[in-house]
Design a binder for this molecule. Structure first.
Ligand code: ADP
Ligand code: MG
Length: 237
């Protein structure tokens, strides 16, 4: 497993947001965390990224327990729903920013940005500002910013929720193709069952801070563990 969670819990004050969360993310897999709004998906992703500390349990990345490792030393990249692009920077500057912060040589940054732009079809847009881009293009820049870091894993938090239905369908296919092309390992959070069923190798179904079931899309569809999973995934079962 490239990423492993063992008995992870999280409380804010005396409110238990997540309890006893254990699952593994195989290298190269596209794992989706799905569940209703408020069930703890973002909190879980933030703990894997290191932005939030677990109350209990252990999180390992590439065989190393990272509970006490700072986010910037976990070597994973996060893509958010609101893009979080810097409005005053160009596309190229946005994409290269994290490397600039690491004092990577300029020529190396330019090469990494050019490579990512080529993969994402952003080459003609490198000198534009975010305000001059469409929603889909901004989402590609956000992915480009993650790609240039060559992280061991990508974490996505509902990256398509601000896009219209048609673009969302197109971007699902793009993200999946990108994942394959990069040979990436990805954890993707969504509350959208269709997204989960069409994109995932492995689905982790969450409800109210607990795991209801883990399995491939067809497993969940054919053999839902309980009526919550059945109704959430949309099978008659
Ligand atoms: P999801 O992403 O599945 O919609 P979240 O992980 O954002 O859910 O939130 C899960 C629960 O934890 C919610 O009830 C939310 O209000 C609560 N929560 C999230 N972050 C904090 C925080 N920093 N302090 C207190 N409660 C929080
Ligand atoms: Mg969320």
């Amino acid at each position: 497993m490239l990423i492993n969670l063992d008995g992870v819990s999280k409380a804010f004050g005396n409110y238990d947001v997540l309890r006893d969360i254990s699952f593994g993310v195989p290298k190269g897999s596209f794992t989706i965390l799905v569940g209703p709004s408020g069930c703890g998906k973002s909190t879980l992703l933030r703990m894997i990224a290191g932005i939030e500390d677990p109350t209990g349990g252990t999180i390992s990345i590439a065989g190393r327990v990272v509970n006490d490792v700072e986010p910037k030393h976990r070597d994973i990249a996060m893509v958010f729903q609101n893009y979080a692009l810097y409005p005053h920077m160009t596309v190229a500057q946005n994409m290269g920013f994290s490397l600039t912060m690491r004092a990577t040589p300029k020529a190396e940054i330019a090469a990494a940005v050019a490579r990512a732009a080529d993969i994402l079809g952003l080459t003609p847009l490198l000198d534009r500002k975010p305000s001059e881009l469409s929603g889909g293009q901004r989402q590609r820049v956000a992915m480009g910013r993650a790609i240039v870091r060559e992280p061991v894993a990508f974490l996505f938090d509902e990256p398509l929720s601000n896009l219209d239905a048609q673009l969302r369908g197109q971007m699902r296919a793009e993200i999946r193709a990108l994942h394959r092309r990069l040979g990436a390992t990805s954890i993707y959070v969504t509350h959208d069952q269709v997204e989960a069923m069409t994109m995932a190798d492995q689905i982790v179904v969450l409800r109210a801070g607990r795991i209801e079931q883990i399995g491939a899309p067809l497993d969940l569809y054919d053999r839902p563990a309980n009526s919550f999973v059945a109704s959430f995934i949309g099978s008659p079962g």
